[in-house]
Design a protein around this ligand. Sequence first.
Ligand code: UDX
Length: 458
Amino acid sequence: MMEQRKGRRLILFPLPLQGHINPMLDLANILHYKGFSITLIHTNFNSPNPSNYPHFTFHSLQDGISATEASTNDVVSLLSLLNIKCAEPFKDCVRSLVSDDVSQEPVSCLISDAIFHFTQAVAESLKLPRIVLRTGGASSFVVFAAFPLLREKGYLPIQETRLEDPVVELPPLKVKDLPVINTLNPDTFHQLVENVVSATKASSGLIWNTFEDLEQSSLASLSQQFSIPMFPIGPFHKHNLAIPSRSSSLLAEDQTSIPWLNTKPPKSVVYVSFGSIAAISEREFLEIAWGLAKSEQPFLWVVRPGLVHGAEWLEPLPSGFLESLSGRGHIVKWAPQQEVLAHEAVGAFWSHNGWNSTLESVCEGVPMICSPCFSDQKVNARFVSQVWKVGLQLESGKLERGEIEKIIRKLMTREKDGDEIRVRVSELQDKADNCLKQGGTSYESLESLVSHIFSLET
Ligand code: UDX
């Protein structure tokens, strides 16, 4: 039953990218369950579907992002632009909400995505406490927070000749694992990271979609550096709420995925998805296709429109490719991923290691093959393969059919490596389950978060 703590409203502001919308809406559901009323401010661009959330109030911002700006491949430019263009309309919107609601439901605080760093200044100007949601993992945030040090020590900007060098200050990372993004504006990227870190330090608290047993040392390190309270209350999507959560996918989920998985033996299928932003070349796409074909394992492959540079969808695939596999492969544009990972037929997740995908895989005890593309994905992948040891990493440059076939066989067949990985990931899955039970670390941290929100009121 929903806890009754009516009369307090929270304003939530998600970053309009799939990997950020999902955890923010999950968090909204959790806090609603805890008795708060929820107002969600969102951009017009990548707007969530309000009809899936009749229990929330939605306010749309005229963000002024043009279709050309929205379709850029340069994520850094888009994020910087969002921080500039949303500032005025966001401030106006929050100001009117705070004054409207004052008599009925006082607004306790703003909860904003960390990347919307401009919201700290807005919150301060309106004397509204701001809590930050960081949707990525704590371990990658440790690295972002260390960017000034990494520049001072000469690790950044990355030099091609030093890719294999260890970053001695941040084991087990190598220079090639540093969370950079290919952009036309590297200075803008560094400025963005600096702004995100400093606006987070100035906030009234930091919520994490992670759990203590997974990222204890990174969380401890951040607690030392940031003098704000931290609330690791994840995995968000596994909280047991009275209302079953609805999908927050921006693309339609293909409903053939689950019936297709139902026809496959337990733990036999490789699920392949590189998330919502990453893009690959046509050459890489074909190597993946042939690697999957040669592995002889069944596969469910998400090929998002836009995944392959220069292609609409599957045109680069040789004609008759899927037919020649006699039902062993299934390709969809977008899958109900959490349901797919929870399906007993899935034996491995070949992932780009976006944080949500990484956590969702851990929660279902599915071992990973890691192919990180950019940013935090590189750090997440290294933690998967070398710290938690729940997956194997396809090192960059190895997106080649023979290597792909080899790594799939190594993980899926009953070889020693694969078996050990399966044992470890199922232990981690148990820990993810336990932290949400009464007395578990995330359960307790959520209780602290609720008390903290009440303590913020003036
Ligand atoms: C982006 C960045 O790429 C990533 O580095 C950062 O950690 C979060 O933002 P994204 O590419 O969207 O992430 O990947 P991820 O974090 O894994 O989030 C994707 C979400 O979409 C997951 O919740 C996943 O379940 C969902 N998804 C993905 C689907 O529902 N269907 C799919 O077919 C693919």
